[in-house]
Design a protein around this ligand. Structure first.
Ligand code: H2B
Length: 96
């Protein structure tokens, strides 16, 4: 999968299929709310497995019962690439 940076138009098109995700500071980002802290931690662990499968690692921030997932591509100059779209799609399939 290409790690070339996507254009703004390409990112916006991809985000039209990824409800809840935003393009902020050259990252794709979305926050989920859960029923409690342990559920948020469990979701973070499950996403860690997706990250490892892809060798593409999202940033995961747990704040009590909320989990924020963010992804960017270091080798694209810390811009959004197709690898981030792929990971965001997999995370949404897992958590929605
Ligand atoms: C060497 C290794 O393939 C790279 O460092 C991978 C690992 N995980 C990564 N994760 C993320 N989010 N972006 C990257 O560019 C990236 N690159």
């Amino acid at each position: 999968m290409s790690d070339q940076p996507l254009t703004e138009a390409e990112i916006e098109l991809a985000l039209s299929e990824l409800p809840g995700w935003s393009h902020v500071d050259d990252r794709l980002e979305r926050t989920w709310s859960f029923g409690g802290h342990l559920q948020a931690l469990a979701a973070a662990t499950a996403i860690g497995l997706l990250n490892e499968q892809r060798n593409h690692h999202s940033d995961l921030a747990v704040n009590y019962d909320k989990l924020t997932v963010a992804t960017t591509t270091h080798s694209a100059g810390h811009k959004v690439s197709a690898k981030d779209i792929d990971l965001a799609t997999a995370v949404s399939l897992l958590l929605d």
